[in-house]
Design a protein around this ligand. Structure first.
Ligand SMILES: N[C@@H](CCC(=O)N[C@@H](CS)C(=O)NCC(=O)O)C(=O)O
Length: 250
């Protein structure tokens, strides 16, 4: 909620706060996953140093609004040996960047028009948001009805701004199938036997629709389900492994 990010001059989520060495704030989901992966691969560099490779650029967008973009956000900051290790073939790096851009420039814009497509779906989406969020009873009630109504209309505006088809589900289905096609039949993930950051970005965007009609429709009308379930399983296993390694309570 807005009051929970009052401490920050960057006003969007996600924000990552670290407690390794100096506490550090990382903004933007692409910067976060690039910086953390760089950190995990090249243990020599500190996160403080890594973050300096992703400087913020303030610019004014088409609507005259000030926006913050981060330089190099799709790049890992690796030396030659590390790059060889992560991307043995140059095409792997090019492909990962291409699809991460696709997620930010296209896939993410399909969410709001789809989950707020009809007043009924908008209410279901807000029912979910209110249930998960920290709302008081009255606050939650207002958030649900006012929020659903507002987002129903904003969803329509976003649909036209991003040139979606009249039936917004069609774009969602096409996107899901384009993604599955890009992976092809011979690998489990775009990253091969393990997910890369493009897999993670696609999963992160689609996951927000879980429990909603748009998500169920996408599962039944596209071929994305096997890949999606592989992502779920792989992430679950990685979490368990890390909890054991870090001696955290499971
Ligand atoms: N490119 C950013 C986009 C972040 C973003 O737009 N977050 C939305 C919520 S999903 C937000 O915080 N919006 C509030 C605002 O724009 O004021 C990222 O990937 O992290």
């Amino acid at each position: 909620m807005r009051k929970e990010i009052k401490f920050s001059s960057y006003r969007k989520v996600p924000i990552l706060l670290t407690n390794t060495g100096n506490s550090l704030q990382l903004n933007d989901s692409s910067v976060i996953i690039s910086a953390v992966k760089t950190y995990l691969i090249s243990r020599r560099k500190s996160l403080d140093e890594i973050v300096t490779f992703y400087p913020a650029m303030k610019a004014v967008n088409d609507q005259g609004k000030e926006v913050t973009e981060y330089e190099n956000k799709y790049w890992l900051m690796l030396d030659e040996t590390e790059t060889q290790q992560v991307y043995p073939i140059k095409e792997m790096l090019v492909e990962e960047i291409k699809w991460r851009k696709w997620v930010d420039d296209w896939l993410v814009h399909l969410i709001s028009p789809n989950v707020y497509r009809t007043p009924r779906e908008a209410l279901a989406s807000f029912d979910y948001i209110v249930r998960e969020g920290k709302f008081g009873t009255m606050e939650g009630f207002f958030a649900k009805y006012v929020g659903a109504l507002a987002m129903f209309f904003i969803g329509k505006r976003l649909k036209s701004r991003h040139h979606l088809q009249d039936n917004v589900r069609e774009d969602l289905y096409e996107a899901a199938d384009d993604w599955v096609k890009a992976i092809g039949k011979h690998r489990l993930f775009m990253g091969g036997s393990q997910p890369n950051l493009a897999d993670l970005a696609v999963y992160g965007v689609l996951r927000v629709m879980e429990g909603l009609e748009a998500f169920d429709d996408m599962m039944t009308h596209t071929k994305i389900q096997p890949w999606y379930h592989r992502m779920e399983t792989t992430i679950k296993e990685a979490v368990i492994t890390n909890q054991h390694q870090l001696h955290l309570p499971v």
